[in-house]
Design a protein around this ligand. Structure first.
Ligand SMILES: Nc1nc2c(ncn2[C@@H]2O[C@H](COP(=O)(O)OP(=O)(O)OP(=O)(O)O)[C@@H](O)[C@H]2O)c(=O)[nH]1
Ligand SMILES: [Mg+2]
Length: 424
């Protein structure tokens, strides 16, 4: 799972990235602070309790003594990445923080086209918007009234469509010839050939073309298409390949009337719009890392550690932070990521294991991997998600809970523990 953070310059993309990945990156109040993309990993709590909870119960039932560490509050898995306490399993999600986009980016304006290709392998995009309206469309600080959030959104949607259009328009006359010789599938194959480099599958193209035809029944035969028709198709392709969700950032400064037009526009189209304060989340994570507070991401409060050791300035700072998150009912970042990954992208968790009795890998490591896969992923699809060799050599899978064989095309359920047999 890979999510790109996009938007005009100076909106808080890097602040969001830094807070969520707990890494240090350049953040500053002027445009184009970020030039080369930052790539890092954030961890999300899986919706269901970790399979290690069930493993404890099974082992206890079968009379084995299970050693539980108090510190991990009952968890016995050994995650290779992430962590698990009290059976709350943290699963990895990769984030990509790119340079700011300005109108005309696809033609090389601002930092140009490079970062568009940084987005190529993303499963979804989060547009960080300045909900306070305190910067102009190019990201220069202006104070209140500098820009309208809906304009930021509209130009970004257009830039992304223009990016896709730039790729498919290349050799468009070939598409027309292929339709004449191959029929309908000529268009699918042409678009696939053009977009496979940015992560499109034949399934994606098929879904996008279907929805394009349904929404535009009056568009004439492709042989007479102009730029306008192709641009509409590019937008539909972008929606399928890079669904876009909105983080209305700087909510700590924002007045509702500044962002309510965009909020209504996005929500009435069925989209996701969440008010956030990346700066608050960053401050909370830093204070938590330094041991000053106990804060669980997503919550709208925190506890202060060793209050008596704080100086006046620290106490005032924490009290101000406390007021902010209770006023905003949390910083929004966790809520947003959860909604994107679990509700919108419909990810479930699968635990591939090599030893179906002990739910472990070849080295005896218990439930080492919790992989996010799309709902509808088959047993063979999981094999590919683990490693392409495992997918290519797939023979069968076993449900480690029941010991039953699972066929290649059977769809997985959330929290499945699966052993894959493959030719090596
Ligand atoms: N008040 C407030 N300021 C924020 C928030 N998030 C970020 N900022 C500030 O906004 C400015 C820009 O933040 P960055 O994270 O560098 O923005 P960016 O979108 O990565 O900018 P570029 O890399 O230049 O495109 C900095 O001064 C941040 O401290 C927020 O939630 N609230
Ligand atoms: Mg940045």
């Amino acid at each position: 799972m890979r999510i790109g953070l996009v938007g005009k310059p100076n909106v808080g993309k890097s602040t969001t990235f830094s807070a969520l990945t707990e890494t240090v990156v350049d953040i500053a109040n002027y445009p184009f602070t970020t030039i080369d993309a930052n790539v890092g990993v954030t961890y999300l709590a899986a919706n269901s309790q970790c399979a290690c909870k069930e493993l404890v119960a099974r082992q206890t039932e079968s009379g084995r003594s299970v050693e539980l560490s108090e510190e991990r509050k009952g968890s016995i898995c050994q995650p290779r990445t992430g962590a698990c306490n009290a059976h709350v399993r943290l699963v990895p999600v990769t984030l990509v923080d790119v340079a700011g986009l300005v109108p005309g980016a696809h033609q090389g304006r601002g930092r140009g086209n490079q970062f568009l290709s940084d987005l190529a392998s993303c499963d979804a995009l989060i547009q960080v918007v300045d909900a306070s309206g305190g910067t102009d469309i190019e990201g220069n600080p202006t104070g209140p009234g500098g820009s309208k959030p809906e304009e930021e959104y509209e130009f970004l949607v257009e830039e992304l469509a223009a990016w896709i259009d730039g790729i498919i328009s290349n050799g468009w006359s070939k598409a027309v010839r292929r339709i004449q010789s191959e029929g309908e599938s000529g268009l699918t194959n042409f678009v696939y050939d053009q977009l496979t480099g940015i992560g499109a599958t034949l399934l994606d193209i098929g879904i996008a073309l279907d929805s394009f035809r349904r929404a535009n029944p009056d568009i004439p035969s492709i042989s007479v298409w102009g730029d306008e028709e192709r641009r509409i198709l590019s937008d539909v392709l972008r929606r399928q390949l890079f669904p876009l969700y909105v983080a209305a950032n700087k909510a700590d400064l924002a007045e509702k009337k500044v962002y309510s037009t965009l909020q209504k526009q996005v929500q009435s189209a069925g989209g996701l719009f969440v008010t956030c304060s990346a700066e608050t989340e960053l401050a909370l994570r830093r204070a938590s890392k330094a041991g000053a507070i106990i804060y669980t991401p997503g919550e709208s409060t925190f506890n202060v550690n060793l209050e008596s050791e704080l100086n006046d300035a620290q106490r005032r700072g924490l009290s101000e932070l406390h007021d902010r998150i209770s006023r905003m009912d949390g910083t929004g970042l966790n809520e947003l990521l959860n909604a994107v990954v679990f509700d919108r992208l419909e990810q479930i968790v699968a635990y591939p294991v090599q030893d179906e009795t002990h739910w472990a890998d070849g080295d005896g490591r218990t439930l080492p991997d919790a992989l996010l896969v799309s709902r509808g992923t088959t047993a063979k699809g999981l094999a590919y998600a683990v490693h392409s060799d495992l997918g290519d050599g797939f023979i069968k899978a076993l449900d480690a809970r029941t010991g039953r064989v699972i066929g290649a095309d059977q769809e997985l359920e959330d929290n499945d523990v699966i052993k894959i047999h493959a030719k090596t």
